[in-house]
Design a protein around this ligand. Structure first.
Ligand code: ZN
Ligand code: ZN
Ligand code: FE
Length: 749
């Protein structure tokens, strides 16, 4: 009888793959074995040709959370033994980055905690080989219990039996636990005094939520802050205490039907919400939802998700209503992971703390995604995705990329695989910078490597750049500084493993240009190995520099000043405080850097449409402008003229756009219409530039492509014109992908 040797790679370790293989072989009646090695799961099976075929297709079609990316097979000599066995792991082969991501609670485990007679009834730390914590509790490789946060919990007899039984759902499930042997809950008041434990802790926490209080919960990868999503006063209390005036909150729901009452849930959305990665998904809102208005003011989409752990499931099912669920931090600080830290930093934010004694090895925030024209895509890559490899890159060096400044992440090229860390937040506080440093140490220790090259942003003052300089010195390796927008473009090419020619758009708020001005509406051509700047925006001044990202009237003044009209003309269009001072500053070139940023053009247009003059979070004005344009239908683009500048670079001139927009305003055209026309102009610009550059493949990246109106129109226009379009999906379009782009570009230097 024929015998096959099979090597399987993908998401196949730490997800119950070997018991799955065992059950399939037993069902079909094949002889052989399965074994975990450090670079693949290896299988040998012996049986008739048709039986082997049946087995292969079962393996290839294994369901979430198992994912087979690569399967290679070859015939080996027949051995004639009967029976199938799971062989002990082989930890001697070379280490490949194959670390499982955290998995949302599975339906079987949920059923168990809801059965009153089950020994895991209402037990918040129930998990199995298909679900539960992984990356957030793994200290090192190979992934075995002694190298996880579970090593402190010795398994009881019943758990050990499940762990040892190859056909049990909990065979080799490292986080396996039960009420007798596993972690326990405690409920603390804001001064850290214990109020209750076990089931009583859950009761106490629910009581606090019902009273409209703010509850801090030690979740899977860090602390979260919860309040009732139906209680406007509780939501406002959370905003005030967290110092987060307007940025939208995500909402956790008990089940899909309750999400449907608030949002439009397409079939694809349902699939993502119920997947093992279970991200927060941004979905179009429905009118008349019962949610508190303060949850997500002025935005077109609402972030929703389902309970990801048994603990969240117990909270949600017993609370019987949706809960606002946001990262446990103060704005600009990283998430808290341990109880002491949380009590200290969140003591003034939360009224009660629901905590446990299973340590969190590293912070892993909730992931955020949305539906792009090409399917699900990530906006924040964290729980459920990190640290799964993003791509394969043909380079044997170990390259470390440190990312940018906002939405920080780090990336590592290790044995030809590109691994991007979980979202690390904005580097705006001492704690965030320390988290970046810790994450670098963690990555290098975890994968047992030292870098051959370190890559960073071109911006000299970023904390990530300073750390990169220090690391390059510490390891005596070269430092490569990568231009921000080139890195944006390269990140998309990396995830799609596109090596050929391409036109690559990188449209965002800010990035340091090679001429030391602020860039942000860049188009590049060429393969990733030789990207060349092809087009940008006509530059304008930003009075006040960085302050312009918070105060939109500054960018608007920059545009109007550039048009060279009188001060009284400027004042007619823009009610800015002290326009004279700023106009003079621009005249003299004092603290008024040049920029070609599309993000700032969005701000300026919002200000000229009399909408928003101050932003409390990144791109707030642009999000409102998008909301205005949403559902407006096709609009005639404003003209954006293309011409070559002295350096031979194409520049899109916004002057005719701004003049027409002001004319529209004068004629009393609605802001909605103007916003729709503005979006249409940008989508048209994408298509015009792609035609000029004339590459078959076009990549879209940068935070501006988180704007659904722009993205859908641009992709639609490009595809109608026959282009093949690449958009970010495994990595976010925003600066969360910069570290990955830095790594790819460094392979070419
Ligand atoms: Zn499970
Ligand atoms: Zn037990
Ligand atoms: Fe950027």
């Amino acid at each position: 009888m024929p015998r096959l040797a099979i090597a399987v790679r993908g998401v196949v370790q730490g997800v119950g793959f070997r018991p799955f293989v065992f059950r399939q072989a037993a069902r079909i009646g094949l002889a052989g074995w399965v074994q975990n090695t450090r670079d693949a799961v290896r299988i040998e099976v012996e049986g008739s040709s048709s039986e082997l075929q049946e087995f292969l297709s079962a393996v290839e079609n294994a369901r979430d959370p198992i994912r087979v990316d690569e399967l290679s097979q070859h015939a080996v000599p027949e051995q004639g033994h009967a029976g199938f066995e799971i062989r002990p792991s082989d930890a001697t082969s070379p280490l490949l980055p194959n670390v499982p991501a955290d998995l949302a609670v599975c339906p079987e485990c949920l059923r168990e905690i809801e059965e009153p007679e089950n020994r895991r009834a209402a037990y918040p730390f129930t998990s199995c080989a298909h679900c539960g914590p992984r990356y957030s509790i793994i200290e090192g490789l190979p992934y075995d219990r002694p190298l996880t946060a579970m090593r402190a919990f010795e398994m009881c007899r019943s758990c050990q039996d499940e762990y040892d039984d190859p056909i049990d759902r909990r065979f080799h499930a490292q986080p396996l636990a039960c009420p007798e042997c596993g972690p326990q809950l405690r409920f603390l008041d804001s001064s850290g005094d214990r109020v209750a434990q076990g089931e009583g802790a859950l009761v106490g926490a629910l009581q606090a939520l019902r009273e409209g209080k703010v509850l801090a919960v030690q979740g899977l990868g860090g602390f979260q802050l919860l309040v009732s999503a139906l209680d406007e006063r509780a939501v406002q209390r959370l905003r005030l205490r967290k110092r987060r005036p307007a940025k939208p909150f995500a909402v956790m729901f008990d089940d899909l039907d309750r999400i449907r009452a608030c949002c439009e849930v397409a079939a694809e959305a349902q699939q993502e919400l119920t997947s093992a990665s279970a991200p927060i998904l941004l979905l179009p809102r429905r009118k008349g939802s019962p949610l508190a208005a303060g949850i997500a003011p002025g935005v077109p989409r609402l972030g929703v998700f389902l309970p990801t752990t048994p603990l969240h499931h117990l909270l949600l099912s017993r609370f019987e209503g949706p809960l606002v669920c946001t990262s446990g931090n103060l704005s600009e600080e990283p998430m808290c992971v341990d109880t002491e830290e949380a009590l200290e930093r969140l003591g003034s934010v939360a009224d009660g703390f629901l905590v446990h004694n299973r340590p969190i090895v590293r912070p892993v925030d909730d992931s955020v995604g949305w539906l792009t024209p090409h399917g699900f895509g990530l906006l924040r890559r964290a729980r459920g995705f990190a640290p799964l490899p993003v791509a394969r890159i043909d380079d044997s060096r170990c390259i470390l990329g440190l990312g940018a400044h906002l939405k920080s992440s780090i990336s590592l090229l290790h044995r030809g695989r590109l691994i991007t860390s979980q979202h690390l937040g904005d580097l705006e506080s001492v704690q965030s910078v320390r988290l970046l440093e810790d994450s670098v140490d963690d990555f290098l220790r975890f994968f047992e490597v030292t870098p051959d090259v370190v890559a960073c942003d071109l911006h000299p003052d970023f904390s990530s750049t300073r750390l990169a300089v220090e690391l390059a010195r510490r390891f005596s390796v070269p430092l490569v500084r990568v231009q921000h927008h080139e890195a944006h473009g390269a990140a998309v090419l990396a995830e799609h493993q596109h090596t050929g020619p391409c036109t690559s758009f990188a449209w965002d708020g800010t990035g340091y240009g090679t001429d030391a001005t602020v860039w942000g509406c860049e188009t590049f051509v060429g393969p990733a190995s030789e990207l060349r700047r092809f087009a940008s925006l006509r530059p304008f001044r930003l009075p006040g520099g960085d302050a312009a990202a918070r105060e939109t009237f500054r960018a608007a003044l920059g545009l109007l000043h550039e048009l060279g009209e009188s001060t009284s003309w400027v004042e007619r269009w823009l009610p800015a405080p002290d326009p004279d001072v700023l106009l003079q500053a621009m005249q003299k070139g004092i603290n008024a850097p040049w920029c070609s940023s599309l993000g700032r053009l969005f701000d300026a247009v919002a200000a000229l449409l009399d909408m928003r003059t101050r932003c409390s979070y990144e791109a707030e004005a642009a999000v409102e402008l998008e909301l205005l344009a949403t559902g407006e239908g096709p609009a005639e683009p404003y003209p954006l003229e293309l011409s070559l500048d002295d350096a031979g670079l194409l520049r899109a001139d916004w002057e005719p756009l701004v003049r027409d927009l002001l004319q529209d305003r004068e004629r009393g055209e609605s802001s909605r219409r103007c916003a729709a026309r503005f979006h249409a102009s940008l989508a048209q610009l994408v298509v015009d530039l792609a035609k000029r550059a004339d590459n078959e493949t076009v990549a879209l990246s940068g935070g501006c492509f988180q704007n659904a109106v722009l993205l859908h129109q641009a992709v639609g226009g490009l595809e109608a014109a026959g282009f093949r379009v690449l958009i970010p999906r495994k990595l976010p379009p925003n600066d969360g992908s910069i570290s990955a782009g830095q790594v790819l570009l460094t392979t070419h230097r």
